[in-house]
Design a binder for this molecule. Structure first.
Ligand SMILES: [Zn+2]
Length: 114
């Protein structure tokens, strides 16, 4: 949970009804990726930016044929998973932001307990 509080961003690419993530132009070995390899459906593959200006610069250089979205990376304090969706409020204290999956789990648990 080391990056709680540090703001990181990724570039989302609208792909039909899904969001894909921009991986970057090069792989880990510095090899140039083919255009169809520059996007992934897995957040873990996404290129991370901690500087919004650099992100916007890179965004400008991407093909205009696709629709992009700047996504803020958050880490769920409950399950420690990273997510970019709109967070849910924890029912435990009504202020902690948790991932949507944990939000659903808490809601189900609250229903079971009631
Ligand atoms: Zn979670």
């Amino acid at each position: 949970m080391s990056n709680i509080g540090i703001c990181e961003y990724v570039i989302g690419v609208i792909h039909d009804k899904d969001i894909w993530y921009y991986v970057g132009r090069y792989d880990a070995n510095g090899m140039k990726l083919k255009p169809n390899e520059q996007y992934s459906s897995f957040l873990v593959d996404a290129k991370r930016y901690n500087d919004e200006d650099i992100l916007r610069e890179e965004l400008e250089s991407l093909p205009k044929t696709l629709t992009y979205k700047i996504l803020e990376l958050q880490r769920c304090p409950k399950c420690t998973k990273e997510f970019t969706e709109h967070p849910a409020l924890s029912r435990e204290d009504n202020e902690t932001e948790i991932c949507p999956e944990c939000g659903v789990k808490e809601a189900i648990q609250a229903y079971i307990n009631s």
